[in-house]
Design a protein around this ligand. Sequence first.
Ligand code: VG1
Ligand code: CO
Length: 543
Amino acid sequence: MTIVTHACTPFEGQKPGTSGLRKKTRVFMEPGYVECFVQAIFNAIDGAEGKTFVVGGDGRYFNAETIQTILRMASANGAKRAIVGQNGLLSTPAASHLIRKRGAQGGLILSASHNPGGIDADFGLKYNVSNGGPAPESVTSAIFEQTTQIESFRTLDTEDIDLSDLGESKLGEMKVEIVDPVADYAKLMEKIFDFDAIKALFQAGFTMRFDAMHAVTGPYAKAILEDKLGAPEGTVLNGRPSVDFGKGHPDPNPIWAKALVDMVMEDEGPDFAAASDGDGDRNMILGRGIYVTPSDSLAVLAANAHLAPGYADGIAGVARSMPTSRACDRVADAMGIACFETPTGWKFFGNLLDAGKVTLCGEESAGTGSDHVREKDGLWAVLLWLNIIAVKGQSVLHILRDHWKEYGRNYYSRHDFEAVDAAGAADLMSALEAALPDLPGQSVAGLRIEEADQFSYHDPVDGSVSRNQGLRITFEGGARGVLRLSGTGTEGATLRVYLERYEPPEGDLEIETQAALAQVAAAVATLCDLEKHTGRTKPDVMT
Ligand code: VG1
Ligand code: CO
């Protein structure tokens, strides 16, 4: 087995976005593409020499092949040990936990999250640092810098190893340890939540469906919900991971998990339902007759986290991404704890969690998590809901209605305009940005504008500044429109328009969401000349 050095030339566009590098699978399959990016990662972190890495992914097409490439390269670059999920599987939160638990220097996670998988679909590769979280901007910029000047990569001249074989072996001088992807994660969940209370809930006849969407959470959900918590077999749907996610779109929202939503809307439907995405970091929460928006979920969890043993002493603070609704701000206010507003993407929560400033955080895009790992965590959110339901003895609908009666309701929806012309989307953003200073005081679609700005984040822990994180327009009465371009797409541009409107406790708390937001949507469409720049009048997806 010899170490070989191959000459290479830079690939264009190997720039990590909101969550790592995401491209069409065929782009990743170009000869040398993965190798150049992986070598750039090692170069950017001062080499792999003597280091331990966690490696795994969501099981999508090209996952196993990429893992073999990474292992050969890690060995050739002098890494000491690689900890790999059996069959190449590791959910993103489980990978985050393993990095922390085993004191690894980093992790390479293969996933394009909620994007479809397959040779004609999407693939992704993300580097996480030693706290278990996505590399911060300083590291992703260094990686990108390396990709533009790379001249060679190091690898081993050797056969693939068997990823199904649990235990330790050697690849060159590097130890390879294949681990059960579920075991450590399940133990962590058992420490945080009251499993006995949740078990009793199921024993009493409480019914649930968890849709794993043919993605990575299947084995986790089966082991935890069915085997440990005693939910009947059949609770977990689509529980076997497949390389193309059953040809579906593993995105847990009312569009892509419609069958599940339809199920809970029936009178005879399950008491509770949930779904997770391709790599297991997102969650959707449903109760009989109700869909819980991710922003509301974060607020409810913040208000009730103390009911779970892991948070019995209360929470230090909360953080949400800027476009996430301000429902959790009201909870934080009432509790007298801080609420931080960060740019979109989990990497911005890392410093706050490490510094102990926040315990819970979340994003409107179906991501919720806590300081137990440094990624968002789909199953964790589901278990926290279950724990709260078990303690309160109330339905999801009941809990949500009580929450609104106490704090008021932040009506919220995100409208996505997908695969729009990139130049048109860029023009829309720059034209609106240029107009921002003149907006306050003006009225559009009958709404008076109070504030308008481009969001910059000043990290209170390390002092770093991240600019151009989205345009915010605040209207009178607490309504808001936010616009930003997606950093995870693989085709054209995706414009995200985030809409919010506040209704106080004594107001009308039962309006249909899109109707409640129609006026704000109209105001935003006018302000940004939506149709002129994108040719669109209606979003492709509303969540
Ligand atoms: C989207 C979401 C963002 C999330 C990111 C990664 O990013 O809006 O909130 O953190 O996906 O999610 P963007 O740039 O397309 O809006 V996932 O589950 O990778 O891991
Ligand atoms: Co994901």
